[in-house]
Design a protein around this ligand. Structure first.
Ligand code: NHR
Ligand code: GAR
Length: 217
């Protein structure tokens, strides 16, 4: 049986990492073993590093603090990834913009989960911006990572309601719960060979997904 190797990049709490560990690590999808072979953080105090250690997964710190340029940081990341040779790289609350050269090197092999219904609310602080705009719903998007920030082809979205009395934290928690479901699902499609990126489209079972990703209706 073939083992598919995943590396997860984090910056913080790592609740998405935890969901991936619980749902995918050491599991089997068809005839593949899945193994999260390393977790890499750019922040020393990221709690996700502890989660990795507790799951016996190598926790690697490549600190971005004090590194003068994005190019320099991405060279350090590349050096580590060259050793690890992952089949799939998952950004899970990774808060550092990656250079086009880095992204192109792993083109079609890197996914991100972003806390908004892309193309709405790219960037950071999406919850407050959605509330302030009077949106009735918010959500999360799994997408392939391409050089342009938060703009790669969408794979899967999950929606949640925004209630009148919501604050950003309550909304964030509601979105996070959904993230944990859709990220593991999308990653398992990729591992299974069902999900690929081609000509800047996401393809599931050979079919092009639309602007909002997989939608059963
Ligand atoms: N890199 C590329 N090239 N393309 C994408 O689509 C990327 C990416 C790197 C990260 C995640 C993304 C998100 O889901 C992601 C997607 C960080 C920032 C950001 O502004 C924006 C988007 C994302 C991640 N980072 C600041 C920076 O200067 C730091 C912000 C902070 O530390 O709070 O790197 O939202
Ligand atoms: C998640 O909501 C993720 O979508 C978001 O950060 C949170 C990380 O939570 N990602 C970004 O904002 C990327 N810029 P976690 O560390 O508990 O998984």
């Amino acid at each position: 049986m073939v083992t598919k190797k995943i590396v997860v990049l984090i910056s913080g709490n790592g609740s998405n990492l935890q969901a991936l560990i619980d749902k995918l690590h050491k599991q089997q999808v068809n005839n593949h073993n899945i193994e999260i072979i390393a977790v890499i953080s750019n922040k020393t105090d990221a709690y996700g590093l502890q989660r990795a250690t507790e799951a016996n997964i190598p926790a690697i710190l490549i600190e971005s603090k004090g590194i003068s340029s994005r190019e320099e940081y991405d060279r350090l990341l590349t050096a580590e990834l060259d050793k690890l040779q992952p089949d799939l790289i998952l950004l899970a609350g990774f808060m550092r913009i990656l250079t086009p050269d880095f992204v192109n090197q792993y083109s079609g092999k890197m996914l991100n989960i972003h806390p908004s219904l892309l193309p709405k609310y790219q960037g950071v602080n999406t919850y407050q911006r959605a509330i302030d705009a009077g949106e009735k719903e918010h959500g999360a998007t799994v997408h392939f990572v391409t050089p342009e920030l938060d703009s790669g082809p969408t794979v899967l979205q999950a929606k949640v309601p925004i209630f009148e009395e919501d604050n950003a934290q309550e909304l964030a928690e509601r979105v996070l719960t959904q993230e944990h479901q859709i990220y593991a699902l999308a990653a398992s499609w990729f591992i299974d060979g069902r999900l690929v990126m081609q000509d800047n489209y996401a393809l599931l079972d050979g079919k092009q997904l639309g602007e909002f990703g997989y939608a059963p209706d």
